[in-house]
Every structure is written in structure tokens, then in C-alpha cells.
Design a protein around this ligand. Sequence first.
Ligand code: FES
Ligand code: FE2
Length: 404
Amino acid sequence: MNKVIPIAAALSETETRSLFSPLAEARGLPGRVYADPDYWTIERQRLFRDDWFAIGCASDVPKPGDMMPITVAEWELVLVRGEDGEVRCFHNVCRHRGTKLVLAPKNARQIACGWHCWTYALDGELLRTPIIDGPRTMGHDQFDRSKLGLVEVRSAVWNDAVFVNIGGDARSFAEFSAPLDALFAEYGPSSYNYQHPERHEDMVLDINWKLYHEGGLEGYHIPFVHPALEQPERYRIDNDASTFTSLTGALSKYKRLGTLVGLPEDTLDLNVAASEALNQGARIPYTICFITPTLIFAIWPEAVILTLLRPISPTKTGVRRNLYFIGDKASAPQTEPARKKYLDIWEGVTREDADYSAGVQRLSVQRDEIGVQTRFSPHWEEAVHMFQRRIAQRAYGASADLTT
Ligand code: FES
Ligand SMILES: [Fe+2]
């Protein structure tokens, strides 16, 4: 982890120049960045330590005392809901001899280490160190409990997603999230019920985390791979060079989900932008936002779809998804079939994509060996190009003076 890769070695000048060429001529990132542990090490530092990234959901720990361990990019973290209702993130590491503290999701009033029973409050304070100085003792004067609390990680909740900045020195979260709030304002994101998600559990894919983004950032493959989805003629792309790239499309043949599952058409409510468009007979807008590196946050007419990536190693990534609906129908028993159907549709879409991404992963080293450089469709793949350039600049230190 402390190994530092010289930035000059991350991408060659030729690779940088060809990546930053105009879209129709550009060559994509070399295959090795999807498999080589050196690149994982760089990303772990630049993206998964020095900047904000999403690791879980506040709804994973709904009640005070709920705690959930999370292993992401080799960081061992734990989310804890305190007595005060606040969600906090700690390094899941005991201050005594450094064992992992919380091994499975649970609810408890305190966090007790299994090894020698050092016991912490839900806000991380070290409360007790039983028998530390022999039987029937509770403390030792060389152990100042006020300095031995759990190590807290800087965190913030945004539309249920818990973001962390492990290094602690990133820009403020308000600064990070402001362009995202502006992007989604027209949909009224606060109308969704973030307390009652439909969720599917983490599925582990044999891909580098970057390939999940690249698979979703273009509509080119939709007619070939997802016949049930509608391909827009063109997306509107919004791009924040340091944070996200989003695709906004509009549905021309919008069919409300209730009818697909034999329920009345208005089974689930629509967001404000969708209702307005429907009333005016206009196309229904939706936005899918790829927030580097671990969150894809999408607003569809009836649901927010939050897809969380959990990078495990250079070649393995966990993927889980929460869907949120609007108002009372988000939790009503009679709308449950429709909500589950929505979840199933998106799980199916993920599976339709999985083999293609895994194929790219398996061939990533070989394509460098045989000199195959990837290309971008100028009409469809501008957003993939933006994503790769963001990674090159933010993680691999691609120098601005080589870029156009
Ligand atoms: S390692 Fe946790 S109490 Fe000893
Ligand atoms: Fe896809």
C-alpha cells in the first residue's frame, strides 16, 4: 500500500496523447490498467483515499445501534447509526491490537471487540478496557481512554448514499455534491422515500470496477444487448471533470410499470419532471449519473436506482442496487409486486451486460500484447472517453499540457 508508483510510469506520453486526441481518433486506456496491481495501488490512493467515494447507504443501518461492516478497495470500514440518529463511519480496527471489530451486520448498544473486550460507544469513544491491569481492573493510568477511541472517517450522506473521504483532506462535501444537486434538481429527488428501498444483495463480477462504468456510459449496445430498453437517438451529456459524467435521455414510448405487472397504471407515482412531461405529451426525461468511482445514481420516472460498486481487487467488483420509490406507494404492500418487478428488470439488465464486461476483462492483458487499442464511436461513446480521461488525470496523473 505504501508503494508509490512514479506518475511518469503510469501512462506513457504516447498513450496520454492518443487518449486525449479528438474522439474519432482517440485510443482508449491500455488494457493493463484493468488488471495490473500497480494501477490498483494508484487508484486506491488517489480515488479511494484522497477523494470522496460512496461506500454504502444510510438505510443499511436504519435504527440506532445498527452497524454494518464494509470491505471496499481493501479498506475495512464499519457504518454505525448512533443513539443521536447520526450515521458515522469508522475504520473497523480495534485500537488495542488492531483486530477487525465488527464482523457481521448487527444491532448493539456498544461495539465490543471479541479479542480482549475493549468496548466502544456508538460514537466511537472507548468506554471500557476490562481486566487490562489484572483481574477486576477497568483501566490503567498509562492508557488515556479519551485518546483511544475508534478512528472516524470523514463521511456525508447524499440521497441515502454514504460517501467517505478516508484521507480527510478532500474538498468539502458541499463543494463535491453541489453540481450533482444542480443536475437532479428538476426531478425533485427529495420526493423519493429513502427509508424504504427495494434492494438486491451484492453480486460479485469478475471485472475491474472501471469496466462497470464503461459498460453503462454508452447507449450504443442497447439494441444488441438489451432489447427491452429503448435506445435514445442521442443523450445529453453533463460532465464535471473531477466528479461525474451523466447521460440524460427521454422516453418516447413510455409505459408505466404497473401495467407490465397487471396492476393499475398509476400503481407507482412519477417524479415531477416525468408528470409534467406526460401531461404535456412530451418525452419523459431520465438521467443516469456515473459518479466516479463507485456510485451510479439514476432517476427514472418512477424510481431512483442507486447502484453501488464495491471494488474488491483489480479483477473483482461487488455490485449492489437499491431502488427507491415515491411517497406512500414506496412502502405499501399492494405496490410490492410492481416494486419487485422493477428490481428484477434492472437485475436482468446487469446480467445481460456481465458477460461482455467479463470478456473485456479477460482479454485486457492480451490486447496490449497484440497491439489492439480500443476506439470510441463518435456518436455514442463520448461519455466513455470523458470517463477514461478523468481516470487518466485524477488517478494516473496525466499531465494537462499533453491534453487537448
Ligand atoms: S484487539 Fe481488540 S481488545 Fe484486543
Ligand atoms: Fe448495458
